[in-house]
Write a protein of this length. Structure first.
Length: 215
């Protein structure tokens, strides 16, 4: 479905033992505001079955359905995540990738950049922040596209859950940002989608090569 298509990506890293998400946004050729979303979600295997995890039943259901990729051990395996992103790059035409700079985001970005051929002259990986003045305009754009039904999440139950759960806070200047403390559930996928949208709005998909019809 998405093989060969242009996409921008966003990655929201978890600290130690919870969900890490990567969202790929694929714009339509005829309407660039319209995007398909493909989200990858990773979680330490231990967390999926941890009795202290209040979302354990959901995690297990998502894992059984293939929506969560479990990594071995108690902590998230960044190397595993990076390898899967590199594997995706073999099938998708990935432009820019925004990565949360928290939770060793800088180190993750450097290693992923090496894997994908990132250079100073050809930057692929950009570290991002949730500062309201940075993320606020992207929040407004995502909200607009959701209201206009320009976001197709492919019935991903994790992303649907996160979109329903997200709450935002607004600073004195009117800039919005996702607020994890006020949200009713996990919102990592929404954050990764914001980073991807930020990169998409700053990029230009490669032009289609038109082959003349020979008669």
């Amino acid at each position: 479905m998405h093989r060969g298509r242009f996409a921008c990506a966003g990655i929201d890293l978890s600290s130690v033992d919870d969900l890490t998400c990567a969202a790929y946004l694929f714009p339509y050729d005829e309407d660039r505001l319209q995007v398909d979303v493909l989200m990858r979600t990773w979680c330490p295997e231990h967390k999926i079955y941890d009795k202290k995890n209040k979302y354990r039943d959901l995690y297990q259901s998502w894992a059984q359905q293939g929506w969560i990729h479990a990594t071995e051990g108690d902590a998230i395996d960044y190397d595993f995540v990076r390898r899967e992103v590199v594997e995706d790059s073999k099938f998708f035409n990935i432009g820019l990738i925004g990565v949360d700079r928290a939770f060793d985001g800088m180190g993750f970005s450097i290693e992923l950049g090496k894997d994908l051929g990132h250079t100073e002259k050809r930057p692929i990986i950009i570290t991002c922040t949730n500062h309201p003045q940075k993320i606020g305009p992207i929040c407004a754009e995502l909200e607009r596209r959701l209201l206009e039904k320009k976001i197709n999440h492919g019935n991903n139950p994790i992303l649907r859950f996160m979109i329903d759960s997200v709450a935002v806070s607004t600073n004195a200047d009117g800039y919005m940002k996702p607020d994890k403390d006020k949200s009713q559930g996990k919102i990592d996928g929404v954050v990764s989608m914001l980073y991807a949208l930020d990169r998409l709005m700053r990029s230009q998909p490669p032009a289609k090569i038109k082959i003349p019809l020979v008669v």
